[in-house]
Design a protein around this ligand. Structure first.
Ligand code: ZN
Length: 556
């Protein structure tokens, strides 16, 4: 299999080169006509700290290790699939870059971004000057929204197929057509399916075997329902995600799913600790600082949660900023039947903590809180942030009796308010679980210090995005309450008693905005608190030397 694949990829490269020369002569234009200054590209590469992703595979059986090798081969094809999903001309640009060692930096950034657009800077092009098409490679580049919508009005029977997450839109003889992924990407999809089948035969883990067999089949039809169901039931040492999942790359409509893969080893001991946390879901809902009538006990609580070590990632998830936690599948039918699974990537979180987080707290915290920061507090806050998204109002009834949802009422402000809620409730619940003895009392100090220290990791990405805005709101709220204090050289410290009270008050404030679906209160809150102050600006500017994220390096 190794040889076949290698031959195929060499052939693929040759075909890429041939297509490229045809491309040049046909269009009379070069594949690469412009490059951003080298210093710019070098500077962007320096924003990402390289980290070797180590994971202990010795616990895996010999057969599971062999299965992992097959799965990694499949994941490498996922990389190739996502590359052409981003832009069909990507393979040509890459082979052009590969021709000269002088292009090394450009090629590195190209590989990290899966294309010529810098995902850390709003998709700014660094090769050629062309802006990235909003629909990436999923739609014809010259297709307008009005063309798409007019076509569907005239052909309503095709709407489902055109809006399906697993079709691409192409133009054939001047007419728009929807082509299923398994036809558009037939060769690669078949190779992946075959590798998954081989891995299924190798593994001793029966739950994984079932998932991989079904997944191998579903890749060939693009109906992933049954394998998604089987994925919810994985119980062994490996946690494997492979397929088309998230739709963020389709900025035109958000319909089309991007291929990605995670290959991870389960940390059973840590996962069990988390299960303990999940067992308190109902008590956490009961403990929310709002009137009982606003609490929400109707949500399913059976969703599994796992802590894993990432061995390999591919495609969408690897492009640009790395994923620390995910919540899948997205198929609502599976969510209704079984809920969803939360997966925390502990070695990714640890790497980000060491490379991007510690340098920040070293720069901005006063001596006392600095001594108290800890990875465990940081990691558990991230976890409780995720869990807290599932607490509090969801479906609400307005005073006039209308049944609606929080997101419908808060409209474009919903992401900001919801992220702010998850963050502050994450702290509120962490303190609650310390009171309950789930976490040690010693974590209290480090929870406070880590909460303060971690804020500028989000704020520096900008406050117009929901996470950064939500954190800015908390920071300004805490400053106003005297819970956070900046000294004359902008070093930050905290007042524990005030902070504990302010965490409770802010939790209540945002929960009430959500419970009432109160758009004007959300607007007033955002205008008052989700703002960049001169103090925040000075602190952000002092972090210019700190890497923004990590660049994972996977030892083979
Ligand atoms: Zn969140």
């Amino acid at each position: 299999m190794h040889t076949t694949l290698q031959i195929k990829s060499i052939l693929g490269l040759m075909i890429g080169v041939i297509t490229m020369s045809v491309f040049i002569s046909a269009c009379g234009q070069k594949v690469i006509s412009h490059k951003a200054p080298r210093e710019y590209v070098r500077g962007e590469l320096d924003k990402l700290a390289p980290v070797e992703m180590k994971a202990d595979l010795s616990r895996l059986s010999e057969n599971d290790q062999k299965a992992v090798a097959r799965l990694m081969e499949a994941a490498r094809i996922i990389d190739e699939l996502f590359l052409i999903q981003v832009s069909p001309s990507n393979p040509q640009i890459r082979s052009e870059l590969q021709k000269s060692p002088a292009n090394e930096d450009y090629l590195s950034l190209f590989n990290i971004m899966f294309g010529s657009w810098n995902r850390m800077e709003d998709e700014r092009p660094f090769i050629n000057k062309k802006a990235k098409p909003a629909g990436a490679g999923y739609y014809p580049e010259d297709m307008t929204k009005s063309e798409f919508e007019t076509f569907l009005q005239e052909n309503p029977e095709l709407a489902a197929k055109f809006q399906n997450e697993f079709t691409v839109i192409r133009r054939r003889e001047g007419k728009l057509v929807a082509v299923p992924y398994h036809e558009e990407y037939a060769d690669k999809v078949r190779m992946i399916s075959k590798l998954l089948d081989e891995a299924a035969k190798l593994t001793d883990d029966t739950s994984l075997k079932t998932f991989l067999q079904l997944r191998a089949r579903d890749f060939l039809t693009d109906d992933f329902f049954e394998s998604d169901m089987a994925w919810m039931d994985l119980t062994g040492d490996l946690e494997i995600v492979i397929g088309p999942y998230e739709v963020y790359e389709d900025q035109l409509y958000g319909y089309k799913a991007a291929y990605e893969a995670f290959i991870c080893v389960v940390d059973h001991a840590e996962s069990q600790k988390l299960e303990k946390t999940v067992a308190y879901l109902n008590e956490m809902e009961k403990n929310l600082p709002i009137d009982d009538k606003y609490k929400n006990f109707n949500r399913g609580t059976s969703s599994p949660i796992k802590v894993v070590q990432e061995i390999f990632s591919a495609g969408d998830t690897k492009a640009g900023i790395q994923t620390t936690a995910f919540n899948l599948p997205n198929d609502e039918r599976v969510r209704e039947a079984k809920g969803s699974k939360k997966v925390m990537l502990k070695n990714v979180a640890q790497a980000k903590y060491e490379k991007c987080w510690i340098p920040i707290v070293n720069t901005i915290l006063a001596e006392e809180p600095l001594q108290n920061v800890s990875f465990e507090a940081y990691f558990n806050h991230v976890l409780l942030h995720e869990i807290s998204h599932g607490l509090g109002p969801g479906i609400i009834t307005l005073e006039n009796g209308t049944q609606t949802t929080v997101s419908r009422e808060l409209k474009e402000l919903y992401p900001l308010i919801e992220e702010c809620k998850a963050d502050i409730l994450g702290m509120y619940n962490l303190l609650f679980l310390i009171d309950k003895g789930v976490f040690p009392e010693t974590m209290r100090n480090s929870a406070f210090a880590s909460y303060l220290g971690g804020m500028f990791r989000s704020i520096r990405f900008g406050i117009n995005e929901a996470h950064g805005g939500g954190v800015a709101a908390q920071f300004n709220y805490m400053i106003e309450k005297g819970a956070f204090v900046a000294d004359s050289s902008d070093k930050l410290s905290l007042d524990e008693a005030r902070l504990e009270a302010a965490i409770r008050d802010l939790s209540r404030d945002v929960l009430i905005i959500e419970a009432l679906g109160d758009y004007s209160a959300a607007e007033a809150f955002a205008q008052k608190y989700a703002v960049m102050t001169p103090l925040m600006e000075r602190i952000v500017n002092s972090l210019i030397h700190v890497p923004i994220d990590i660049k994972p390096i996977f030892p083979i």
